[in-house]
Design a protein around this ligand. Sequence first.
Ligand SMILES: Cc1cc2nc3c(=O)[nH]c(=O)nc-3n(C[C@H](O)[C@H](O)[C@H](O)COP(=O)(O)O)c2cc1C
Length: 166
Amino acid sequence: MRKEVELGSVINEVMAKLAKPGLLLGSGEQCNPMTIGWGSYGIMWNKPVFTIMVRPVRYSFELLERNGDFTINVPSDDMKKEIGICGSKSGRNKDKLALCGFTRKKSENISVSYIKECPIHLECRTVFYNDVTAAALDKNLIDRHYPKADLHRYYYGEILGAYIEE
Ligand SMILES: Cc1cc2nc3c(=O)[nH]c(=O)nc-3n(C[C@H](O)[C@H](O)[C@H](O)COP(=O)(O)O)c2cc1C
C-alpha cells in the first residue's frame, strides 16, 4: 500500500542511491523508465526541488520536452538487472516497463505515473530548465564527459509529494 510521507524522512535514501546504483526516472504518459546517476536536491524559490540532467539524445528528453512532469523512483536493492536495462535500452524502441516487469500506477499530483515495485517515489513538476553550456563549463569536464558535444539539459522539478510502498 502507498503512503505519503515527509520528504525529510526519505531524501537521504534517495540521494544515497543516486550515484550508486542509480535512480529510475519516469517520464512521459507511459512512464518510460531511465536510469539516472546525476542530479541534486535542494531548496529553490522556497520549494523542495529535485534536479535531473538529461542528454538531448535520450528518448526521455523528448518526453520531458513534451511534458515536464517526472517521477523519481528509488529501486530496491535487488533491482540491479532492471537498473541495467533502464540504463542501456531506449524507450524509443523497447517497452522497458514490460522488460523489467514493472507496473505503472497513476500519480497523485502529476500526469506521469510512478513504478509500483520501487519502494520510494517522488512526484515532480518542472518549474525551470536550462542547458549546460560549453563556454561556462570547466574544460576538463567538457573533454571528459562531452566528446560528442551532447550537453545535458537540467530540469528542476518541484517535489510535490514523497511516497513509500508499505
Ligand atoms: C548508472 C547510470 C546512470 C545514468 N545516468 C544518466 C543521467 O543522469 N542522464 C542521462 O541523460 N543519462 C544517464 N544514463 C544513460 C541512460 O540511462 C541511457 O542512455 C538510457 O538507455 C536512455 O533511455 P531512454 O532513451 O529511454 O531515455 C545513465 C546510465 C546508467 C547505467
